[in-house]
Design a protein around this ligand. Structure first.
Ligand code: FBP
Length: 303
């Protein structure tokens, strides 16, 4: 038993043993097992961005078998993907690697103002495939956000009844500029909304120093947001004073030094971990494993 993991799980004391057990499994798997820090490999970009944009930089990634093997080799805590990818590998990995079924997805072929993902799989699928959690994306800022929030309410209830925790990707977009999507006030707000909706784990993008909403500017006058570590600390605070697990996404592929610098700041700011897709699977297998290990070492150093 890890004291740190049990300390984190105490924040979920109202949950049923199935949900708690799956959160425990997620935190007790891989190279970071027992530290309370997590690194997840997400591969839904084939759906979200298209196959060539996602897999052409490292063509073995077209094969669904490639990604969970990478996750295991690198010692990730879990692997998240849409139904098709999970269905093709679950028989081999259920019980060995925590699988997270992304139950909604959106493509890059639609209009910009009212983004809304389609429900692409169900809690029943997650149970059938031996998954440890469901994943769901909300777009705070979309004209259709209330529909997404209501669908999520029902899914969280259904997943909970099956003993599965819910991991929420909270990505502001729709009625705001690109700059607004990652602004610190918007990122903290997005984390808070996901927690209030009942998310067990929240995922947001690393925030910038921009304060986007005029109404929030005064409140930020005395909140330190000058460094990424400070901004991460604020987002973690927005997630129930750190009582919910908040992880940060990797973003588009960039140089190794830039990835590690960003992760170093996230770790320093008290982030619980990272969910790194393109920066992992778009590198060669050897480089991806090395980068993921280096990322994990940065978190382990702060655990
Ligand atoms: P990346 O590390 O590749 O950014 O993956 C994290 C992720 O949340 C994916 O699950 C998702 O497909 C992607 O980011 C969305 O990125 P974007 O907001 O750029 O469409």
């Amino acid at each position: 038993m890890s004291e740190r993991v049990e300390q984190i799980l105490a924040n979920y004391a109202g949950e049923n043993p199935g949900v708690i057990g799956n959160l425990r499994r997620l935190m007790n798997t891989g190279r970071l097992a027992g530290t309370g820090k997590i690194v997840i490999l997400p591969v839904d970009q084939g759906f979200e961005h298209g196959p060539a944009r996602s897999f052409a930089p490292n063509p073995p990634g077209y094969d669904p078998a490639y990604h969970p093997a990478l996750a295991v080799e690198a010692g990730c805590n879990g692997y998240a993907a849409p139904l098709g990818f999970i269905e093709s590998i679950a028989h081999r990995y259920a019980g060995e690697l925590p699988l997270i079924l992304k139950v909604n997805n959106s493509d890059s072929l639609g209009g910009p103002d009212t983004p809304c993902s389609a429900l692409t799989s169900a809690v029943d699928d997650a149970v059938r495939l031996g998954c440890s959690a469901i994943g769901y994306t909300i777009y705070p800022g979309s004209g259709l956000r209330n529909q997404m929030y209501q669908d999520l309410r029902d899914l969280i209830n259904e997943a909970r009844a099956a003993g599965l925790p819910s991991i929420v990707w909270s990505y502001p977009r729709g009625s705001m500029s690109k700059e607004g999507e990652t602004a610190i006030d918007v990122a903290a707000y997005a984390a808070q909304i996901a927690c209030q909706l009942g998310a067990h784990v929240v995922k947001v993008k690393p925030p910038t120093e921009v304060v986007y909403q005029d109404a929030a500017k005064k409140s930020y006058e005395n909140i330190p947001i000058g460094t990424l570590a400070e901004r991460v600390r604020h987002v973690v605070q927005a997630a129930f004073g750190g009582k919910r697990i908040v992880i940060f996404s990797g973003g588009a592929a960039k140089g190794t030094a830039a990835v590690l610098e960003e992760v170093g700041e996230i770790a320093k700011g008290g982030g619980y971990g990272s969910i790194v897709g393109r920066n992992a699977f778009q590198r060669s297998n050897k480089d991806a494993v090395k980068l993921l290990h280096d990322i994990m070492d940065l978190y382990a150093a702060q655990a």
